[in-house]
Design a protein around this ligand. Structure first.
Ligand code: FES
Length: 342
């Protein structure tokens, strides 16, 4: 593994190990250096100095702790690769690695690394005359400030600004909005054609289909286009919860095929009742076929679900409006895009 591939915990453990090894090597070299001064007699040793004798058991313990920390660090990497969604395991692995590393450092500091304290005699920092000088200078330091309230206020504002800037990243916490759950359709949005002209209920005729867009919204946005048809009552068998979604027999559905996302552009309408089948939308890509009269039910093809429906109302001026957004997510049904039907 290259150094770039090592986890921070592993590199930290190695760094501590190297420091301990270098320290031990330095001590050994000092002990063998020719001409080095003889050890101070017992009476000359500073009483505040404490030396730690070699403790093989503690050294071994530190080694075990560092290896365990490294194991937890590697475990974090492995878990991140194979099960990155399991944040509990990730937390345990990283927390374990950091805790073990901390314990190793504590044990090494207490029992392995020599503790030496040197005391140096030092005279008073300032004599009496110098102290008076400093007091005078400090006193004069504030004499040039005539707008103390202004500076205090500005300092307070700066402090608040810094605190606000520090807290601003908190706004980035929490779940992100998945654009695949968003469409421009919502309650009250009027249906218009590609010229921006509102659709009236009377404009929708049996036997053909229309593509409508949301008034005032980006026509290129995800889910903007909807299919609109009018069906005779005998072809309409909506689920009970959707009985009022089709005013005057007019129904609207997402234009995006829930198979692979193609635009649905074919509409079949019975021309000879004894032999024809019921009205249906068909996707030209792989021929998934949906029944608008039955809530967009899938009757043929590889799409994994029904066509999402947009509930409609007719306003006081006879214009078609959305009564709400789509009843479920639109688009291909992969990657968890399909939300449970409400
Ligand atoms: S994309 Fe519509 S059937 Fe495949």
């Amino acid at each position: 593994m290259s150094p770039e591939d090592q986890s921070p915990v592993t590199r930290g453990a190695k760094f501590v190990g190297v420091l301990v090894a270098l320290r031990a090597a330095a001590r050994a070299v000092r002990g063998r250096a020719p001409g080095s001064p003889p050890p101070a007699p017992e009476s000359d040793v500073d009483p505040s100095r404490r030396t730690v004798p070699a403790n093989p058991r503690m050294e071994a313990l530190v080694g075990v702790l560092l290896v365990a920390a490294a194991a937890f660090g590697f475990a974090f990497t492995v878990i991140y690769i194979v099960a990155s969604a399991n944040t509990q395991l990730l937390g345990i692995a990283m927390g374990g690695a950091l805790c073990l590393l901390a314990v190793a450092c504590i044990v090494a500091g207490k029992f392995v690394v020599p503790q030496e304290t040197h005391v140096e005699e030092r005279g008073p920092l300032l004599d009496e005359e110098q102290t008076e000088e400093v007091v005078t200078m400090v006193g004069e330091g504030g004499e040039g400030i005539s707008r103390r309230a202004l500076l205090v206020g500005a300092g307070g504002v700066a402090g608040v600004a810094v605190l606000t800037a520090s807290a601003a990243p908190l706004a980035s916490l929490g779940p992100t909005l998945n654009p695949l759950h968003q469409t421009p359709w919502a309650r009250g949005v009027r249906l218009v054609d590609d010229q921006g002209r509102p659709f009236r209920a009377g404009d929708i005729h049996i036997g053909t289909f229309y593509t409508a867009l949301p008034e005032g919204k980006d026509p290129e946005s995800f889910g903007a286009g909807v299919l609109v048809v009018r069906l005779p009552a005998e072809f309409i068998q909506l689920p009970a919860a959707r009985r009022d979604w089709a005013p005057d027999g007019i129904l609207a559905y997402s234009k995006i095929c829930p198979h692979a996302g193609c635009a649905i552009s074919l509409y079949r309408y019975p021309t000879y009742a004894p032999t024809s089948q019921v009205p249906a939308f068909t996707c030209p890509c792989h021929y998934s076929t949906f029944l608008p009269g039955e809530g967009g039910r899938l009757v043929f093809g590889p799409a994994g679900r029904a066509l999402p429906q947009l509930p409609l109302v007719v306003d006081g001026e006879g214009h078609l409006r959305a009564a709400a957004g789509f009843h479920e997510d639109i688009g291909p049904s992969w990657w968890g895009v399909h939300r449970a039907q409400s």
